[in-house]
Ligand binder design. Sequence first.
Ligand code: HEC
Length: 470
Amino acid sequence: MKRLWVVLFLLVISPLTRAGDLQQLLQLVDYVGVDYGEAVADGAVINAAEYEEMQDFAQGITQQVAGLPDSAGKKTLIQQSEQLSGLIAAKAQPADVNALTSRMRLAIVDGYKVTVVPRKQPDLARGAQLYSEQCASCHGASGDGLGPLAKGMEPPPINFRDHERYSQRTLYGLYNTITQGVPETAMTSYHELSAHDRWSMTFYVGQLATADDQRNAGEALLADPKLVSLTDIQKLTVITPAQAVSEFGADGGALMGYLRANPAALFSKDSPLQFSRHRLDDVLVAYRDGERETAYQLAVEAYLEGFELIEQGLNAVDSGLRIEIEQAMTGLRNQIRQGVSVEELESSIIDIKGKLDVASDRLEGRSLSGAAAFASAFFILIREGLEALLVVAALAAFLVKTEHRNSVHYLHIGWIGALAAGFLTWLASVSLIEISGAGREITEGIAALLARAVLFYVGFWLHDKTNGAQ
Ligand code: HEC
């Protein structure tokens, strides 16, 4: 009897776990397709860490494909995953890798009937920008289908403002069209854009037909318990606005209009870094239990569903740290694969979590409060000012002691000149050169080296002169 329950339980949960695995497999495939271009160009590795990651993920893909349940497409997928590893090993052109990964994506989606959902909150502002750059020429700047290239086009570009058509389209369907294109029409595939970009455009074009009053009405319904299942991203992306109306009434239609324009309400507020930390804990638990395969998948999740989402933001403030964490995560996956001891894995995880803490400080540091920024600048100035005062006082004492009192005016010219030079540097830094991200680190580094050189020079000079004077 007990065994029967276990079997029943497994039957119930196995489709769920399978759906999760398939989502991750799709993510890995998408990730390799889009990011491979950052690892290899013209047959040569241009970023070793990125390349290592690609090799690791290709291996992960092969493993996950091997573990898929049997289906008509599995054999092709196995061949394709081997081909993918081969292309990466041969440092093939990014376009070839991308073409293969998009065939693989299709094979997974078709073969296993996966519904893809966005894993990161779609960014409508970014969607709008990409749309105006890449789509408006056909679909029109306002989405009315009357772009400059649309004249005489057969079939014509879709008018996204047409409410009738809007009612019949799921977000998932729009996403698929953007990803795959429509054969034998002017609508080509945009699979080379990242999944996040494609989803951002999907939500953007998917809300062009809604009116302000509809969306405003929808916002008021967010907390309505009758509509709660509609705020589930899985559901929202696969039903049409017409279905939302027939299932939930006019309120359902209004809420869908609101959510398509404001997807933030669909995504948890848990920070991506927090997510990574929790997943890393889960990795350790699974590894301790001897479930290496699960530990590996959780480690991939800790990276792709957490850290990777803030990678660009972190890159702007501390690109070195970003690379360090990325490499540490690759290292962790390799350790799991090699089957290191639990203690060793644990110490790597503690190390990564420490680095994630630094990352979150760095990201928060970007937005110092006014008072904190004032205090930090104030103390730096006081400290540096004191240092400068000491140097000037030492020089003055030296002149007096060596009976060069008449040369003191040179000293005055010096410090007044330094003030003027400081002012000019400030002017240049705010108006002439843009200092941001990695640029800031480089500027800091060069300035620190220059300052050391000047200090050494002054130190030696003083030493030399004091010796000479004696
Ligand atoms: C060269 C012209 C052209 C460009 C550029 C273009 N499209 Fe299209 N698009 C079309 C045509 C034509 C169709 C209609 C295809 C058909 O009839 O099945 C279409 C259909 C679509 C559909 C299907 C809509 C539906 O209701 O079925 C979506 C979604 C779409 N395009 C989005 C985009 C996005 C997003 C971009 C920019 C990244 C874009 N298109 C760029 C011509 C274009």
